[in-house]
Each structure stands twice: as C-alpha cells, then as structure tokens.
Design a protein around this ligand. Sequence first.
Ligand SMILES: [Zn+2]
Ligand SMILES: [Zn+2]
Ligand SMILES: [Zn+2]
Length: 243
Amino acid sequence: MDSIRVFAGDCTVSFEGSRDRTQRGRVVVVAKPDRTVLVHDAGGYQPVAWLTRADSLTVESGPGSFGLLARAGDQTLTVESNDVTGRAEYPASDAGVPVGSHPDTGDPLVRTNGSVVALDSGTEYRLPAGATVLDETCGDCGLPLMRVERGASFEVCIDRQCDPLDDHVKARLDGEWSCPDCGSPLRIIRRSGRLLAGCDAYPECETAFSLPAGVVVDDCDCGLPTFETSRGRRCLDSTCEGR
Ligand SMILES: [Zn+2]
Ligand SMILES: [Zn+2]
Ligand SMILES: [Zn+2]
C-alpha cells in the first residue's frame, strides 16, 4: 500500500522557479505517494510552499535531521530541518464515497474516480465509464451491484469476473442493428478494450461504433439507434448529424 510521509520541525524552505523564495518556521511537511510535497505552517488551508507531482523526490532522514528535495521541470523545492519535532509514515489510499464492505473480509469499500477499492487489501474493481454503484449486492458474491447503460440499462456485479457486463450486453443487443455500409448484422464485441457494435463482415467491412454510455430511446434517420446519454441525444454513429 502507498504511504504518506510527514515531517515536522523548524525548517528552512526554499522554492526556486518562477520566483525564488526562502522561508523559515515551525512547519509540517507532507510528502504524498505521487511525490506531491506540501509545506504547512500555522495559518490557513494553503501550504506556504508546495510542488505538485514532482518528477523526482529525494528524502534524507537522519537521527537528528531531515531534508527533502523535490524537482518538477525547472522548479525546485528544498526543505532542510533546523530542529526536528517528529516524523512518521502512514499507510494511505485514495479516499472515496463509502459503498459497503467486502463480503469475505469486511474490508471497507469506497468508490473513487472510476473504481471501487477495498481499503485494507487495496483490491481494485475498475468500473466502466458512467457506472453507478448501487446499494444492492450481488446474489453470488455479495459485492455491490453497479448500473451501467450500454444501449439498455444493466445491473451487474462490480466484479467483472463474477458477472461479466459484456455477456449481458451481447445477450440483449448482439445482431440488433444492421451495418449501414453493407447490411450485415452488427455484433457486440470488445476490441482494444472498447465495447463496440462492429460489422459481422469484419475484416472485409471495418465499420464499428463504440457503444455510448446511454440507453436506446429512438431510431435515427440513418437507421441506427439513438442513445439518450448524460450529454444529450446522439446517434450510435458519433459522426452522424441525426438524433
Ligand atoms: Zn458478484
Ligand atoms: Zn458492414
Ligand atoms: Zn444516425
């Protein structure tokens, strides 16, 4: 698991970059796993000095001193301790919205950007774009269910091994529409990680459309389906002007 390192003491803090600045005070320095370094003094929410996602971070931690050197492009942040109050390292995860606990281990589950993560084990269930995690749990494994819109609305386990979304989409939509270029059925396939409605005559016909995150509500003038998505109505063919 990732960890956050914390250093406290009377420090001299130097920033070199767009403008140079040296400060000294009793501060708390936070070094994150992505090499973001934040130097906090007693006031306000904003660090007095910081470097976000540094290209490199060097930490020296001796018995009576510490020092940090972070670089990002032509910017450099240096922290040198004059007197050490304390230092520590704590396990850290991404924070997210609580969505229950793991059925086997009781490990708390949180929804972060694009994933459900088990806090203690670090196990990650990656979510398809636009997925909503539900309060209901999977009848097979007990993990939360998610709602995903791909032509229709599907409620499946967040563990794609347990109940693959692709199987549901195929069962519902495979062969449902015809290729506008050759008339062959459009098959539901996964190619290069994307869920597509692709022509059955592939590779002779290479027509394929990425399935939008939305439900089919109508037919487009071109003959393909119209999807209602969070960004409005659109044809399966993203280049089609029709709705
Ligand atoms: Zn399941
Ligand atoms: Zn075709
Ligand atoms: Zn169209």
